[in-house]
Design a protein around this ligand. Structure first.
Ligand code: NI
Length: 146
């Protein structure tokens, strides 16, 4: 039997103060949404992904990226980064290194696993001396979202 991939849509009415919907319409215009529906769906998905990362609510597998910029001349920094990546080899599923200039490197580590472990990896990288900036992005495997 062919699997039905098209999910039925549910319509609902919401009462919102005029000033709030005006502000929302401005929000969706700036973000290039064609209509309110996709903007609202995205906001709902965003909150559901946030909930996935609350490990005390769900112990789901999540994915994220850790982006960090560092000076590769700093003593032992590169060794420390590699040590952390090996320590969490089951969680760091890929990484990409870019030489930005003579001194600076940018690396992106793609991480997968339970939320608290991934946070731990990001915190360890961020705390290293010589890491100038570190941004941790939490996203989803997509399995629980439509
Ligand atoms: Ni480099």
């Amino acid at each position: 039997m062919k699997k039905d991939t098209k999910e039925s849509l549910c319509r609902f009415g919401v009462s919102i103060p005029k000033s709030l919907i005006d502000a929302f319409d401005n929000y969706i215009k700036v973000r290039a949404y064609k209509n309110r529906s996709e903007a609202i769906r995205d906001l709902i998905r965003e909150k559901l992904v946030e909930q996935e990362w609350e490990s005390d609510v769900h112990d789901r597998e999540v994915v994220g990226t850790i982006t960090y910029v560092f000076d590769h001349h700093k003593r032992e920094l590169v060794d420390s980064i590699i040590r952390i990546q090996h320590q969490f080899a089951d969680h760091v599923i890929a990484s990409q290194h870019v030489h930005l200039d003579h001194d600076n490197c940018l690396e992106v580590a793609i991480v997968k696993g339970n939320p608290s472990t991934l946070r731990g990896v990001a915190y360890k990288l961020k705390a290293l001396k010589g890491v100038k900036h570190c941004r941790f992005t939490m996203t989803t495997t997509g399995s629980f979202l439509k």
